[in-house]
Design a binder for this molecule. Structure first.
Ligand SMILES: Nc1ncnc2c1ncn2[C@@H]1O[C@H](COP(=O)(O)OP(=O)(O)OP(=O)(O)O)[C@@H](O)[C@H]1O
Ligand SMILES: [Mg+2]
Length: 329
């Protein structure tokens, strides 16, 4: 089996070279602690996420990644093994070779820890590749070309901007403000403007609907801030755009800083070609328009913003020159 794995803070996506997407679920693991530090995996992915906030005592939901980086080796190993087990039930043919997408700012130490965890989970060999490069490959760009490309991966925990050309990274910037912060901002807006308390799920759902149902007013359910009783509020999609604007502006600054690091000839390439954006939060309301306005660059949205990183990682497995140039072992 040849896999591309996008181990994201919010979502894990696994793509197989021949079968396409095999796993696309929240990055959550449900563990049960049996006495002296023995841990049993009870559920992974959506099954585990459904139990967050509902799990009986003794059951611990854990997120194996924070800001794109594994929290600890043991959890990462358990998580990867559980994901591989799920994937194996859907299409099994060991051994497993894999390219794993990592944050562009990750250190050699962090990558080594991840690859070690992957190896213990049954992946041999595993190669680490910058997620932004993988996403570019998944969208059909060739990072070995003698032309500068600028891409942005706007996920849950981080937003990354990376410029690359001819097998090497020219500039990179990371911001820790991304989709999770957008969700928090939407929750704050509902509290302050509509006097409504909502859970994280409702806030995220509203944030997403504002992009997919831009015309109609959106109805959201929560608790009245004064009485504590359940009630509905009607929200305009444009309000959501306003609420997330400060985070979108931070994404703009991250991209602008990356552009500032480029030489004039490189900037000319980017001006001609534009910037490619992917990751779940690239779809948030108002983002492409704001990027175009603020940067004066054409912005292209990926066709598959949520899965292009895993697809590109899988494709990279069969591209030796690409892995030789960009792989981080
Ligand atoms: N249609 C949408 N509109 C707005 N936001 C969305 C949409 N779909 C998903 N998101 C947001 O995208 C984020 C998840 O994106 P993604 O799966 O790319 O992140 P990740 O790879 O898990 O995280 P990271 O790359 O930061 O480690 C979440 O914050 C989610 O709310
Ligand atoms: Mg990601």
């Amino acid at each position: 089996m040849e896999l591309g794995i996008d181990l994201g803070t919010a979502t894990t996506v696994v793509s197989d070279v021949r079968h396409g997407i095999l796993f696309d679920e929240p990055s959550v693991l449900l563990l049960r602690r049996d006495g002296a530090r023995r841990e049993r995996v009870l559920a992974v992915g959506q099954d585990a996420a459904d139990l967050v906030g509902r799990a009986p005592s003794g059951f611990v939901p854990v997120r194996p990644l924070a800001d794109g980086v594994i929290v600890d080796l043991e959890t990462a190993r358990l998580y990867l093994r559980a994901v591989l087990h799920e994937v194996g039930r859907r299409a099994w043919s060991p051994p497993v070779r894999a390219v794993i997408a990592v944050p562009v700012g990750s250190t050699a130490l962090e990558n080594r820890a991840l690859l070690e965890a992957a190896e213990e989970a049954g992946i041999r060999p595993g190669t680490a590749l910058d997620g932004a490069i993988a996403g570019a490959v998944g969208c059909g760009l060739d990072p070995l070309e003698r032309r500068v490309h600028l891409v942005a991966d706007i996920g849950g925990g981080t937003a990354e901007a990376v410029a690359f050309c001819f097998g090497g990274v020219l500039a990179q910037r990371t911001s820790k403000l991304a989709g999770d912060e957008m969700t928090l901002a939407v929750g704050r807006h509902l509290r302050e403007t509509h006097q409504l308390h909502v859970g994280e799920r409702e806030a995220e759902d509203l944030k997403i609907r504002a992009g997919t149902e831009p015309d109609g007013p959106l109805v959201v359910q929560g608790r009245d801030a004064a009485t504590g009783r359940p009630r509905l509020a009607t929200v305009q999609a444009a309000e959501v755009g306003e609420a997330v604007r400060p985070i979108v502006e931070e994404v703009v600054r991250t991209l602008a800083a990356c552009l500032d690091d480029l030489a004039p000839q490189a900037i000319a390439d980017v001006l001609a070609e534009g910037v490619l954006v992917f990751g779940g939060s690239s779809q948030v309301r108002g983002l492409p328009e704001e990027l175009e306005r603020a940067l004066g660059l054409p912005v292209k949205l990926a066709e598959q913003p949520l899965t292009c990183v895993a697809d590109g990682a899988a494709r990279a497995l069969r591209n030796r020159p690409l892995l030789a140039a960009y792989g981080r072992r």
